[in-house]
Design a protein around this ligand. Structure first.
Ligand SMILES: [Zn+2]
Length: 189
């Protein structure tokens, strides 16, 4: 299932180009949703993780908590999301859940072959969401600043990839140092 996006290859590459040049905003992300990653320009885990990281940076620039996520199915980015605690006063829209909500309802068979990219190790709520919908694969930007119950994902047979990404670590470290109270609230401390 693809939501929006160009259908021809030239258009896809143009959109990729545009995405690379822009810092990213909600409008751009929503414009970008459904753009296929086929064509050799994008397609690896680091590239897709960058979608999640850019979403996190959008959240940070809005004054929010910089955690972002992207859902990829069959080399297609279906959507992205970022933590909305500050922006929307939401207690349940973390990067991962905001991403899934932005993408909308999907059949179970689509979730099974999807990969959820997240800049930070998923918390218990987001881990539960992954388990509930049977998302097949989770790529984690980093688990250094926070580590959720990743063993639950592994026990459920979900493939977990740890990227240990320096940019994700720096982004979160910087934020936790500047706003410890906001971060503690987000993880229930
Ligand atoms: Zn979470």
């Amino acid at each position: 299932m693809v939501r929006g996006g160009a259908s021809d290859k030239a258009g896809l590459l143009a959109n990729c180009e545009k995405f690379a040049q822009l810092g990213g905003s909600v409008a751009i992300y929503s414009h970008f949703q459904g753009v296929s990653a086929a064509g050799g320009r994008v397609g690896d885990d680091r590239t897709y993780l960058d979608f999640a990281r850019r979403a996190a940076l959008t959240g940070r620039d809005e004054g929010g908590i910089p955690v972002g996520a992207a859902l990829v199915v069959d080399d297609t980015v279906l959507g992205v999301g970022h933590n909305q605690r500050v922006q929307r006063g939401s207690v349940i829209r973390h990067g991962e859940t905001d991403c899934l909500e932005n993408v909308g309802r999907l059949p179970a068979s689509t979730y099974r072959r999807s990969t959820l990219y997240t800049t930070l190790s998923p918390c218990p709520m987001c881990t539960g969401t992954v388990l509930l919908y049977g998302i097949g694969r989770v790529v984690i930007g980093e688990s250094t600043t926070f580590r959720g119950p990743e063993e639950l994902l592994l026990e459920a047979g979900i493939e977990v990839v740890q990227m240990n990404d320096a940019k994700c670590i720096a982004m979160m470290t910087e934020f936790v140092r500047a706003h410890p109270e906001l971060w503690n609230e987000d993880i229930g401390v």
